[in-house]
Design a protein. Structure first.
Lengths: 264, 202
C-alpha cells in the first residue's frame, strides 16, 4: 500500500511513452517532472529506453523475408508459398512460367492500384499536407504551446527532443522572429513515433513553420511548392528541418545552427 | 500452402520481433524466422484453422530461437558479461565527449554504445516472455490484447510484464548514473499561452 503512489506514477510514465495521455495530462506530468528530479530522471530514462529499443530492434520490412542459401528442409515449398501462386505446388518449367506469369499479373495489378491510389491522393488535400497544416496553425491564431526565453533554453529544448542541440542565431532587426513551439502536424515529413517539434516563427511578419525531427524518422520529403506554400529541407547534425513558408527562401531555417550540448 | 505465404508475410515483423526478443539481439532473428517458416510448412497439417496463425507461428519461432540460443551458448568459448560493459556516463555529467549521446555532427558518441550495452544487458536480465511482451509493445506498438494472443498468455499478464520490464530497465539505467538534464525538454518549458519572447528566442 505504501508504494501505491509510486505505482501510479509508473503507470503514468507508461501511458506517457505509449502516447495514451491527453495533451493536458502530458503537460501536467511534464510540469510535475520539472520540479521533481526523481520523476524527471524516470521519465527521461523511459523515453531514452523506448527510443533505443525501437532503434535497436526495428524489424526489417515484410518484403525483406530472407531465403536461406542452400535451403533448410522445406525451403522450396516455402519459396513457392512466398511467391503465392495457386499453381505453384509442382516444380518444373511449366509451373515456373505459371508462377512468373502470376507474378507479372500481380505486379501489373499493384502498379494499377498504385496509380489509382496516387490519382486519388493527388485529387485530395489531406489534413497532413504541409499547406493544410500551415493553414490550421494560422487559423488557430499561430499560438505556441511552449516558448523558450533564452538561446540556451532553445538549445536544451532541441537537444532533449531531437537529440541534437540547435542554436537560434537570428539577430534582432533581421526580420526573423521565433514565436514558440508546438508538436502537431509533422506526419508529412517524419515517420510515426518520431519525436517532432514545430518551430513557429515569423519572417517579415509572415508566419513560418519549421518542422524538426530526428534524422532516423525522416521521410526524405522533397523541396518545392506544395499548394500555396514552399517547402525547404535542411539537415542539421542529427536533425532534419523542413521549413514551410510563403517566402521563396528558407529565411528561418537558415538562421538555425548546430548548437552545443547543454551542460548542468 | 497457398495461403501460407501471404499470412507469413503479414506476420513477418511480429515473428521477427519474437525471435529477437527470445535471442535478446537482432542477430540471427532473420534466420530463426526462416527456419521456423520451413518447420511450419512441414507441420502445416497440425495447424488448426480455427486458431490464430500468428500465435501458432510465434510458438514455432520461439522454439527455433531457443534452439538457436542454446547452440550459440554451446559454441561460445567465453561468456559475455553485459554487466561488465562500462558504465554509461550520466547525461548531466561532464565528460570528455560532452553530454549528448549524439555529437554536433550528428554521429553517435562513444557513450551511446555504452548506453546500448547497458540497456541490452538489462534486457537480457529479463525473462524471455517479458522481453517479448516489451518489444512487441515498444517496438511494434501492439495492443496488450494482441500481445496476449500472440504469446498465448492472459492480457493482464502481458500488461504486467511490460509494466515491470519498463520499470526494471529504467531503474537499472538510473542506478548506473542516468540523469535527465534539468531543463528536460517540455518539462523545462513554460506554457506560453501565446506569449512571445522579446529578444527573438522562441
Amino acid at each position: 500500500v505504501t508504494h501505491q503512489p509510486h505505482e501510479d506514477v509508473d503507470r503514468l510514465i507508461d501511458a506517457y511513452v505509449d502516447g495514451e495521455l491527453t495533451a493536458a495530462e502530458r503537460r501536467a506530468l511534464e510540469e510535475r517532472a520539472r520540479g521533481d528530479a526523481g520523476l524527471r530522471d524516470r521519465l527521461g530514462a523511459q523515453r531514452e529506453v523506448d527510443a533505443r529499443l525501437r532503434a535497436l530492434f526495428a524489424p526489417p520490412a515484410r518484403r525483406d523475408v530472407p531465403m536461406a542459401a542452400g535451403g533448410a528442409a522445406g525451403s522450396e515449398r516455402l519459396r513457392a508459398a512466398l511467391v503465392g501462386s495457386a499453381g505453384a505446388g509442382e516444380g518444373g518449367r511449366g509451373a515456373g512460367w505459371g508462377r512468373r506469369g502470376a507474378l507479372r499479373l500481380a505486379v501489373a495489378a499493384c502498379v494499377l492500384l498504385a496509380l489509382g491510389v496516387g490519382w486519388w491522393w493527388a485529387m485530395r488535400v489531406p489534413r497532413t499536407r504541409p499547406d493544410a497544416v500551415y493553414a490550421r496553425y494560422v487559423e488557430a491564431g499561430f499560438k505556441p504551446e511552449a516558448v523558450c526565453t533564452t538561446p540556451k533554453e532553445f538549445e536544451a529544448y532541441t537537444a532533449q527532443h531531437l537529440m541534437q542541440p540547435v542554436l537560434p542565431t537570428a539577430a534582432s532587426g533581421s526580420g526573423v522572429e521565433y514565436v514558440g513551439w508546438s508538436y502537431e502536424g509533422g506526419e508529412h515529413f517524419f515517420k510515426e513515433r518520431t519525436y517532432v517539434v514545430v518551430l513557429l516563427a515569423r519572417s517579415g511578419g509572415r508566419p513560418v513553420l519549421v518542422f524538426m525531427g530526428e534524422r532516423r524518422g525522416d521521410r526524405g520529403a522533397k523541396e518545392g511548392r506544395i499548394g500555396t506554400m514552399n517547402v525547404f529541407r535542411r539537415e542539421l547534425g542529427g536533425a532534419v528541418l523542413y521549413e514551410v513558408t510563403e517566402s521563396g527562401s528558407p529565411d528561418v531555417s537558415r538562421t538555425l545552427a548546430v548548437g552545443t550540448p547543454p551542460h548542468p | 500452402v497457398d495461403d501460407f505465404g501471404a499470412r507469413f508475410r503479414d506476420a513477418y515483423r511480429t515473428l521477427w520481433c519474437v525471435a529477437a526478443a527470445v535471442l535478446g539481439t537482432r542477430v540471427d532473428a532473420d534466420d530463426v524466422v526462416q527456419d521456423a517458416a520451413a518447420v511450419a510448412l512441414e507441420r502445416l497439417g497440425d495447424f488448426d484453422p480455427g486458431t490464430d496463425f500468428v500465435a501458432w507461428m510465434a510458438q514455432i519461432v520461439r522454439y527455433s530461437a531457443l534452439n538457436r540460443a542454446r547452440l550459440r551458448q554451446r559454441r561460445r568459448t567465453t561468456t559475455m558479461d553485459f554487466n561488465a560493459a562500462s558504465t554509461i556516463p550520466a547525461r548531466g555529467a561532464q565528460t570528455s565527449t560532452g553530454d549528448s549521446p549524439v555529437t554536433v555532427a550528428g554521429q553517435i558518441r562513444p557513450g551511446q554504445d555504452s548506453f546500448d550495452d547497458r540497456l541490452l544487458g538489462a534486457l537480457h536480465e529479463l525473462e524471455e516472455t517479458a522481453r517479448s511482451c516489451l518489444l512487441l509493445r515498444s517496438v511494434l506498438d501492439l495492443s496488450f490484447k494482441q500481445i496476449a494472443v500472440i504469446l498465448d498468455i492472459p492480457e493482464g499478464t502481458a500488461m504486467s510484464h511490460v509494466h515491470r520490464a519498463r520499470r526494471r530497465l529504467r531503474e537499472r539505467l538510473i542506478e548506473c548514473g542516468y540523469h535527465a538534464p534539468e531543463e528536460s525538454g517540455r518539462a523545462g518549458m513554460r506554457d506560453a499561452g501565446g506569449a512571445r519572447v522579446s529578444g527573438g528566442t522562441a
